[in-house]
Design a protein. Structure first.
Length: 276
């Protein structure tokens, strides 16, 4: 991070929603993904990032909408840098809230964003109001009201998508590899091990995985571990213990990857989550 970069983060203990406001003058984040929905607004500058195999340039007042698992990065497109505010909504929380307000989705569908960038002043206002309520409103009924309005205003940007179902005799190689990584997150997995588990050679596996998820299997595993680290840190666990649990060489190894992905160190993230 440059000396002028900053990240202001808080986590709401009732909903688990994270509110983040940050500024970066140059490089912000390496390619990574979250297990949460990202709903935010560019406040200043040009927020440039790659997502859904395209480059996006978000300018002040524009919405940034990213689904769980979508690989994205971040950098400033001009010397002025960029500032943004973002809500990180857990997938289970948002799915439940949407189903209470809309009857469009069945159990075989999941909510997805219609586009990565959007223009909607009403939703922008709801994001800011939810952000402020989560941070400064002491009455839960007021926070709930702001979050209900947020979800209601998100509905025009939501499309219900079919969940991918594997055919037992023709499994998708990339999805099999992803499931294997999730099941063996703490192990020192070799590419040969992963390919063998999927009944393909490692070259075909890597090509299929990158085509499906936008990053190589090793990069996906790192991000999977970092997402686990975020949850463990938010619950109060210490970085040194988490590094050991998730297969990082040591605390500094975890710290280097964590900062590249999120712009803060594990200790800073833990402190911010536990301070409110």
């Amino acid at each position: 991070m440059a000396a002028s970069d900053w990240v202001d983060l808080q986590q709401d203990s009732d909903t688990g929603i994270e509110t983040i406001r940050a500024h970066f003058d140059g490089h912000a984040y390496d390619p990574h993904w979250h297990d949460t929905y990202l709903v935010g607004v560019t406040e200043q500058g040009v927020q440039q990032f790659h997502c859904r195999k395209s480059r996006h340039d978000s300018t002040p007042g524009r919405l940034v909408l990213v689904e769980p698992g979508e690989v994205h990065d971040g950098q400033a497109a001009t010397d002025a840098g960029f500032t943004y505010s973002m809500l990180y909504l857990s997938a289970s929380w948002l799915d439940n809230e949407l189903r209470q307000q809309s009857h469009d989705g069945s159990s075989t569908l999941y909510p997805g964003f219609n586009s990565t960038l959007a223009d909607d002043p009403k939703l922008v206002k709801s994001i800011y109001q939810a952000f402020e309520a989560l941070r400064r409103q002491p009455w839960r009924i007021m926070r709930d009201t702001a979050l209900d309005a947020l979800v209601q205003d998100m509905l025009p940007h939501i499309g219900w998508k079919a969940r991918q179902i594997l055919q037992p005799h023709h499994p998708n190689v990339a999805m099999r590899a992803r499931d294997y990584l999730h099941a063996h997150i703490e192990q020192d997995i070799s590419l040969h091990d992963l390919a063998s588990a999927c009944d393909v050679d490692r070259f075909r596996l890597t090509r299929a995985f990158k085509a499906e998820y936008g990053i190589a299997p090793h990069a996906y595993l790192v991000q999977l571990r970092l997402n686990q680290a975020r949850r463990k840190l938010a619950s109060g666990q210490h970085p040194i213990d988490i590094a050991h649990q998730l297969g990082f060489a040591d605390q500094s190894h975890l710290g280097r990857w964590f900062r590249r992905a999120y712009g803060v160190t594990p200790a800073q993230y833990r402190r911010l989550c536990l301070s409110h």
